[in-house]
Design a protein around this ligand. Structure first.
Ligand SMILES: [Fe+2]
Length: 306
């Protein structure tokens, strides 16, 4: 099963042991690395080993190169301070511990200042592949490697800077869709074929296979306007994956004033997750077989759901 953020932060049955940790004004907390148990470190190690094996030949080359460069392969849950010291030397980014999803404005402010907020808790054993809220494995294993890629690092900062503008203009939903379909569920072309770069896919063993190999979903070339109009599923595999050509091209497309795009989108209709439209460059047209069988309680996007 895919990543799911259906359970909102602070819910009664949350297994997040940091729920009552004191929070600073910017919503960061003390990771208190020494407090992780041997069982929690072992769970990271097993998740890491399993994901690495599945991602061979599926994730983009940079994902592996940066995972090694940042020493994420060292045993145990990373100490975010030490990891940040390594990352900062490479791209100027740091990883800061938080309890759970932070308010949009706080999130954008961290990104705009090259800080990536990462959940400190690790998922419980019974949720190894069905994530109810982003945990340290999703946030660090999934998101942090590419923050060491200088172009991707700039894209993420630009995204953060664009957040405030989107909020002011009431277009947050459009911007959230860009994040969802790239940072979380993006695919990238390579000489060897399509590869994964989205953290939501990379940190899910089952979606890593589904996104690339299932006949069910559509795979469509990235188009900024199109992506920003596209609704998405927050608690199941995606029905459509968007494919970028390169991180350079993604940054180029997004490093501009979104004001005129938002104006256009204000009168444009939303596109449903399974829809293919006439202007699409369709790389593979899905059968949608998985979705025809899926349950009825799949939840569609809402502002800030990334
Ligand atoms: Fe994420």
């Amino acid at each position: 099963m895919s990543i799911a953020f259906k359970e909102r932060p602070g819910s009664a049955d949350s297994k997040n042991r940091y729920l009552h940790a004191p929070r600073h004004a910017d919503f960061t907390i003390d990771q208190d690395w020494a407090s992780y148990s041997a069982v929690e470190h072992d769970r990271w190690d097993r998740l890491f080993k399993r994901s690495q094996a599945i991602l061979r030949g599926r994730a983009c080359d940079d994902f592996f190169a940066m995972t090694n460069k940042l020493k994420l392969s060292d045993s145990g849950i990373p100490d975010m301070e030490k990891l940040s010291d390594r990352l900062e030397k490479i791209s100027g980014w740091r990883v800061v511990p938080v309890v759970e999803l932070v308010p949009d404005e706080v999130f954008f402010n961290h990104l705009a200042n090259r800080r990536f907020p990462a959940g400190a808790f690790i998922r419980p054993e019974e949720e190894m592949d069905y994530l109810k809220e982003p945990d340290v494995f999703h946030d660090i294993f999934g998101h942090v490697p590419l923050l060491a890629n200088p172009v991707y690092a700039d894209f993420m900062q630009a995204y953060g800077k664009g957040g405030r503008r989107a909020m002011q203009l009431g277009r947050l939903q459009n911007l959230a869709r860009l994040y969802w379909y790239t940072v979380e569920f993006g695919l990238i072309r390579s000489k060897a074929g399509l590869r994964i770069f989205g953290a939501g896919i990379a940190s899910s063993a089952t979606e890593s296979v589904f996104a690339l190999e299932s006949d069910s979903p559509h795979r469509i070339a990235f188009d900024l306007d199109r992506v920003m109009r596209s609704r998405y599923l927050i608690d199941d595999f995606q029905q459509t994956y968007f494919v970028i050509d390169s991180f350079e091209k993604l940054l180029d497309e997004c490093y501009r004033d979104f004001g005129p795009i938002y104006e256009r989108l204000a009168t444009a209709s939303d596109i449903e997750p399974h829809e293919v439209i006439a202007s699409d460059e369709v790389l593979t047209k899905g059968t949608l077989a998985y979705f025809k069988k899926m349950r009825n309680d799949t939840t569609l996007d809402r502002p800030g759901a990334a």
